[in-house]
Design a protein around this ligand. Structure first.
Ligand SMILES: Nc1ncnc2c1ncn2[C@@H]1O[C@H](COP(=O)(O)OP(=O)(O)O)[C@@H](O)[C@H]1O
Ligand SMILES: [Mg+2]
Length: 523
């Protein structure tokens, strides 16, 4: 990295310094940004007059900043992990040893034991061992001896400085005169949030090369790069705001609630004293627009939508499940303000109580990590969780303090069905005024939004085949041949409604008008 001007998240750098001063012997820093952490540590060590050495399996222990190409760039003797630890024990000077990617060697019991000895001995010395790795893998034996620090992704200030540096550098090198307008700077910085310093630097450079400048127009390039990077991390999926809020039919209560919070993340709202909304849980009948709502809110609020794939959190071959969820949360927080969408949350966390028998407690630990974060988070990450099946829903999720509100999304009533028909007919480029929406709504009693959509699109297939255009009759025809889920799942839906009555607030206006308790209660 360039000229040491990189500002490091001061909080984390401060944390590390405090740990070093308090003589914590072994510190484990979780980060993708090795270079940034090394620089922060180098800065601390020069302040505290300590030497800095780095270790890697390729170089062994060498002084900080030794180029791997130089002849003396390798110390064969200390490449072996145990030999390296011995060297740390034996050396006399006050020093900080940075071990890079040391985690794979924890599978060797001798290495684990040696680290414990180092931890014990270093407590009374002026030496510190710092392990840097992108993933947290700590054997049980070491958990009490090692302090873990999460190195956050760069914040707005850091990305802003990087942007200015990049522009200045390019201006100097290429003799250009690019200047950034304030609005462009803001937009570019926002777009790059969630990237590491290295990634952001690459993206800015790539954009400069591609377009010969940096302006608001380049935001989509940066966003698409970010999308790819976030996708690569595997746990989060980045959604472009594609679904318009107007395309959600019914759910007036929910829409009103969300609409009111539209500017809740702005500085203005904060100054006014509005609390930052935490999130909502949408429970209800399948196919009635819960997922649709999550997608639509992102475009209403104009903030990025990140879908957390809990299936991958658990099944991933990279990292432990807890580590995965922590990493996903940290990406979401660095992109904030953002919406974190957890679809069908009950599927991942079903049976958290029994998980100690089935998967050594992994599910409950991940659930615990997530709940704690929900409860305590201060970042502007709004969580939208959805659930179809209440019997699998862990009751802890419903306690006060986790979500601002729990909404029940029921089957649409007659006026709502009319609206949903109108939306889907218009979406297919036809004029809804030419259709008998009242008749359609009446004929589709018990249909979910998804089934209404399906009726419209299969009618479209039918008429295309007969070289006709879409008509009320064609849609009525498909309705008459559809058996809605609500008929086959009558009992389940009844049970769901009964359950929801005292635990949730209805999303639809009609139900809200009916005087029912509709309050979130403590379980
Ligand atoms: N209230 C609604 N208004 C408009 N379209 C809807 C509505 N409910 C469902 N749909 C249609 O059905 C599709 C599936 O709904 P979805 O949001 O996935 O349901 P859920 O998540 O509740 O199971 C949506 O993408 C949308 O096209
Ligand atoms: Mg869904």
């Amino acid at each position: 990295m360039k000229d040491g001007a990189v500002r490091v998240s001061t909080d984390v750098a401060d944390d590390i310094e405090v740990l070093i001063r308090a003589r914590y012997p072994v510190i484990y820093v979780v980060t993708w940004e090795e270079a940034r952490v090394e620089e922060a540590i180098a800065a601390i060590s020069s302040k505290r007059e300590k030497k800095v050495f780095t270790w890697s399996i390729c170089q062994g222990i060498v002084p900080y900043n030794t180029s791997p190409q130089s002849k003396r760039g390798v110390d064969e003797r200390t490449r072996d992990p145990q030999a390296a630890l011995s060297q740390v024990l034996e050396s006399m000077d006050p020093a900080i040893y940075i071990f890079k990617d040391f985690h794979p060697y924890f599978c060797d019991p001798a290495v684990v034991r040696k680290v414990r000895e180092v931890a014990l001995y270093l407590k009374n010395s002026y030496k510190t061992l710092i392990i840097i790795s992108p993933t947290l893998k700590l054997p049980l034996e070491l958990q009490k001896d090692v302090s873990v620090v999460d190195f956050c992704l760069p914040d707005r200030v850091e990305i802003g400085e990087l942007l200015e540096r990049t522009v200045a550098e390019v201006n100097k090198k290429a003799g250009l005169n690019i200047s950034l307008a304030v609005a462009a700077r803001e937009a570019l910085v926002d777009a790059a949030l969630g990237l590491t310093i290295n990634e952001a630097e690459n993206v800015f450079a790539k954009t400069l090369v591609k377009t010969g400048g940096l302006s608001e127009k380049d935001v989509p390039i940066i966003l698409s790069e970010k999308e790819q990077i976030i996708r690569k991390s595997g746990m989060l999926e980045y959604y472009r705001a594609t679904e318009a809020f107007e395309n959600v039919g019914g759910m007036e209560e929910l829409k009103g609630w969300l609409g009111k919070r539209r500017s809740a993340f702005s500085d203005e709202a904060r100054k006014f004293g509005l609390p930052t909304p935490k999130g909502v849980l949408l429970i209800g009948v399948q196919g009635c627009g819960k997922s649709l709502c999550a997608k639509a809110v992102a475009s209403l609020w104009r903030v990025p939508l990140l879908r957390l794939d809990l299936g991958r959190v658990f099944s991933s071959l990279v990292g432990s499940s807890e580590e995965n969820v922590r990493q996903a949360i940290s990406v979401a927080e660095s992109v904030a303000p953002a919406i974190l969408w957890v679809d069908e949350i009950e599927k991942a966390f079903a049976g958290t109580q029994s998980s100690s028998f089935s998967d050594a407690g992994t599910t409950s630990r991940v659930f615990g990590t997530f709940l704690t974060w929900l409860q305590e988070k201060t970042a502007s990450v709004f969580v939208i969780a959805t659930a179809n099946n209440i019997s699998q829903l862990p009751p802890e999720l419903l306690r006060k303090g986790r979500f601002d509100e729990i909404f029940f999304v029921d089957l649409p009533d007659r006026p709502e069905r009319e609206e949903i028909f109108r939306i889907h007919i218009a979406k297919r480029g036809r004029n809804p005024a030419e259709f008998d929406l009242v008749q359609l709504a009446e004929a589709s009693e018990g249909f979910s939004g998804a089934e209404i959509e399906e009726a419209v699109s299969s009618a479209l297939f039918d008429v295309f085949d007969k070289h006709k255009d879409l008509s009320t009759d064609a849609i009525l025809q498909t309705i008459s041949t559809t058996v809605p889920l609500s008929r086959t799942m009558k009992e389940e839906i009844e049970r769901l409604r009964e359950w929801a009555q005292y635990r949730t607030r209805p999303a639809g206006a009609a139900e809200a008008a009916a005087s029912f308790a509709g309050r979130q209660i403590e379980l």
